[in-house]
Unconditional design. Sequence first.
Length: 97
Amino acid sequence: MAIQQAVQPIGLTVRAGVHTGEVELMNGGVGGIAVHIAARVAALAGAGEVLVSSTVRDLVAGSGIAFAEFGAHALKGIPGEWRLFSARERARSAEAP
């Protein structure tokens, strides 16, 4: 989300997909199921959108980042359905003035 905000003044729009998991180093590059999932999630994101897997949403619980349900999706080449979420600006604290 910070990258999106940083590039707006120069007229760029970014879309992003975020997943976390084990990454394999392969011939100077990266691979593995986590990399494939992240690529599939990113492919579903629209301009100016950050989509995350439920794994990411669960891991950042308590961070203050808000999420909107994006639904369950079949990701090409990945078994099962994956619940995705759209990341939003930090949730405002009820205690903040």
